[in-house]
Design a protein around this ligand. Structure first.
Ligand code: DAH
Length: 337
């Protein structure tokens, strides 16, 4: 084993002076081969010297392994030291940009409308998304047998059906009446839920914005004026409107308010060639609803409207599939940053 000792000593020296990590790895492989050869030679040696031969190779093996570890530590310490000292660090390079999120298009439209209405003295209210059936239906003059109560449309939250996911923002009308003294004006943006089969134009969860104005002597003229102001705010210019009769149990009279198509003069795909788009249902608050909210219908009058925020957002940005709104898909959302 004497001859091989010399080999192993050389290997040790080379490991100790390895110039870099790559060279060290090559030496590691080489010395393994060398050690294997050393053991093979020891096995061939005469029986009386065999034990000593094995021990000698084993010692050399351990010495080389220790030297490799030590050299690796030296390289690592040097790398760390150079990093710490700032060598190769250019402080003038721009930092990596953090990924910034952006406001959802519905949030953007909501905030714009909130600004518009608060500038006219309206307040912004909130209401529970899990609502009492009483507020969602009864207080709004929606009778027990009204089709809107059908379990097809309403998500129920308890076996008795006392709690529902609100199917519209209208229940906040009654909550507002209970809480605020007339006169008052309020908008209520928020999520609503319906048990719908989802497709490009139907979602189980969507956004509405309720509006309610209670004062003395409120007329349909006030309603129309407010809606024209809303349209001017959203589309940046005057837009003609028209009222058609519409039925909702909580308003009397009730209307469908249409707006002149903001995108064309002669008809286009958005207005289905009619030059009118259905904007929102609205009407004069039904006396039964005023009464449910504890307001004297002899003294006070009001108008209400139910704006489809999801629909308006889609119209505004020409989004053709409602499912995109809740998709959370960055490819969609980044377009509104
Ligand atoms: N809440 C009704 C719905 O979601 C919409 C509505 C109609 C709201 C007439 C109103 C209104 O305030 O006056 O179908």
């Amino acid at each position: 084993m004497q001859a091989d000792d010399a080999h192993l000593q050389t290997a040790l020296d080379r490991v100790r002076s390895a110039p870099d990590l790559e060279a060290l790895r090559a030496l590691e492989r080489e010395s393994r081969v060398l050690v294997d050869e050393g053991f093979a030679a020891a096995r061939q040696s005469p029986p009386e010297r065999r034990k000593e031969a094995f021990q000698s190779v084993q010692r050399a093996k351990e010495a080389i392994e220790a030297a490799i570890r030590a050299r690796k530590d030296e390289f690592e310490a040097a790398a760390l030291e150079s990093e710490r000292s700032g060598a190769g660090f250019d402080p003038t390079l721009p930092a990596p940009k953090p990924r910034r999120g952006s406001l959802h298009p519905i949030t953007q439209v909501t905030r714009e409308l909130e600004d518009l209405f608060t500038s006219m003295g309206w307040r912004v209210l909130d209401g529970p998304e899990v609502e009492l059936e009483r507020y969602n239906f009864d207080a709004l003059n929606i009778s027990r047998d009204h089709p809107a109560r059908d379990t097809m449309d309403t998500f129920r939250c308890d076996p008795e059906g006392k709690l529902v996911l609100r199917t519209h923002t209208s229940p906040v009308q009654v909550r507002a009446m209970e809480r605020l003294k007339p006169p008052f004006r309020a908008i209520v943006p928020g999520k609503v839920f319906r048990n719908e089969t989802v497709d490009a134009s139907h979602e189980h969860t969507f956004h509405q914005m309720e509006g309610l104005c209670i004062d003395r002597g409120v007329s349909v003229g006030h309603l129309i004026g407010t809606m024209k102001t809303l349209l001017r705010g959203v589309f940046g210019r005057d837009i003609e409107v028209r009222l058609r009769p519409g039925y909702f149990p909580f308003v009397e009279p009730g209307f469908e308010l249409d707006a002149r198509c903001p995108f064309c003069k002669e008809g286009c795909s958005v207005c289905k060639q009619s030059t009118w788009i259905e904007l929102l249902p609205c009407g004069m608050v039904h006396p039964n609803v005023l009464a449910a909210g504890g307001i004297d219908a002899e003294e006070w009058t009001g108008f209400a409207f139910g704006l489809g925020l999801s629909r308006l957002t889609m119209l505004r940005y020409e989004i053709d599939d409602v499912r995109l709104l809740l998709s959370g898909d960055p490819r969609f959302l980044e377009q509104f940053a």
